[in-house]
Design a protein around this ligand. Sequence first.
Ligand code: SAH
Ligand code: SF4
Length: 421
Amino acid sequence: MPLETITETLAETVALPAEAPFSYNDDNVGRPLENKAVNFYSMTLEDLKDYLKGRGKEQFRAQQIFKWVYEQRVIDPEKMTNLSKKFREELPQLLSFELPPVVKHLKSVDGTQKLLFDMGQGNTVEAVVIPSEGRLTLCISSEVGCNIACKFCFTGKQKLKRRLRTEEIVGQFMAVHDRLEADQRISNIVFMGMGEPLDNPEAVFKTVEVIHSPWGINLSRKKITVSTSGIIPEMWRIADAKVRLAVSLNAPNDEIRSQVMPINRKYPVSDLLKACKDYCEKTGDKVTFEYVLMKGVTDQLEHARQLVKLVRGVPCKINIIPFNEHPGSGYERPSDAQVELFHTELIKLGAHVLLRRSMGRDIFAACGQLTSAKTDLPETMDISNSQLAGMSKYKRELAAAKLELTTPQKNSPANNEVPHV
Ligand code: SAH
Ligand code: SF4
């Protein structure tokens, strides 16, 4: 496909309202509520029961409302026909079903979709939908920006603006769901968007509860993955929730890891691997190690050998992710040949390894390309032919994307494995 055709099919942008349809609260965090009603998506079933009880309402109404919202996808109280007329009229004063507004919706040539959400006060976060092998994986964000400041990560370049609230994380799922084709269903959820999930554990694990509970979104725990840079004191929560653990290892030893991930100075590799082992023992599951290949930094064969030695004894698989370039990162993506050499070396050494094709690079939705900034960053631009004409670097990226699209994929991920943006 010629480059022009790729760029023409690149971006479909949804029509946006001229202004957000509400005004902001003065609590200075987060998004507003339309009125003083509590946001429904912040609640578990028990929370809503307690809330209704506190307002002198019948508790069994909570179950009915959860069924309408998560089973029937009905949020208009008027249509919740098994509620009494009086209660239906009162409901808008009690509960808000407001979702974070989608301010941009981009579709990649490879089927990946990226949605940009307005979280108020100029803050935006992104969610990415990735189709692969009969699955549809949703990658969601847990924070605006990230304080872990990994050197290679675009999100990490922005200091933490704030942690998202439960309703804003659940809201990403619901808003994405509303925009899928009629025959599409999210099959997997990964906390691999913007932010460090274990830096926002209360909201993240409440969201996890809403996602896997039969009264909520009702997705199997095995289809939920929480990815962390290795905040060891909080890692027990992932085992406790019985969801899958992914760890961004990204280096074969302490020296390199501390250089690319400063968090390693606080939580060094040996402690991290011990925490991973604990997870495996507690859950009987494997850990997924993510390993970003950066040219000359983590991609040498010697690194592959060290890596295999390092993780020996931890039941795991390793996802290798060629570095996704972004402006001013200072790192480079290795050549395809070097990636293949590294990959082959790991296989030779007996590692369970998956080489990840980066999805959504044309819409800047790939790993480490997500950002909360609204200005001067490429993924918030309307991607048009004329703009691309002036972006030779991104033209090369597109050409690379074309190659990836037309090359048959080796090592296609099995159905229960973590895909990668
Ligand atoms: N904060 C969590 C989850 C979000 S980051 C974590 O670090 O695990 C999700 C993944 O993107 C991580 O594995 C990270 O190593 C990877 N990543 C970050 N920047 C990248 C880049 N520029 N290219 C490829 N992968 C990147
Ligand atoms: Fe934060 Fe994860 Fe990016 Fe590190 S890789 S800066 S932890 S989002």
